[in-house]
Design a protein around this ligand. Structure first.
Ligand code: AMP
Length: 113
């Protein structure tokens, strides 16, 4: 079902993205509405709608997504960065294809809104 999201369309090459990293398991591209000087999304090729739907079978994939997030942050020259995974509408998730936000390049306040 999440293949029918806009991220599914990006994965299928139906709409363009500003790609920064890709491998057999995931794709990373710049957020179209950046909230910081660096704002990249890391998404699995496998359609998982939200983090809450992940199971034990996704353990290696979830670890891979975080390691790719670190790699992207380094690639972008970030020493400090934040990773965010919104799971569910009340948490702010708007695209129901699991994604890791990688944000940096400015001081980031805490707690989030
Ligand atoms: P979330 O609110 O956690 O679901 O994050 C979804 C993110 O996807 C938002 O930050 C959007 O700006 C971003 N987004 C939506 N459509 C696109 C797109 N076509 N290319 C890049 N980023 C997108």
């Amino acid at each position: 079902m999440s293949q029918d999201t806009i991220f599914g369309r990006i994965l299928r090459g139906e709409i363009p993205c500003d790609q920064v990293y890709a491998d057999e398991h995931c794709l990373a591209f710049r957020d179209v509405t950046p909230q910081a000087p660096v704002h990249v999304l890391v998404i699995p090729r496998q359609p998982i709608a939200q983090l809450a739907d992940a199971t034990a079978g996704h353990e290696a994939l979830l670890g891979h997504l975080l390691l790719v997030a670190v790699q992207v942050a380094r690639q972008e020259g970030l020493e400090s960065f934040r990773t965010v995974i919104n799971s569910g509408a009340d948490a702010g998730q708007t695209v129901f294809h699991l994604h890791v936000h990688v944000l940096g390049g400015r001081p980031l306040a805490w707690p989030p809104g």
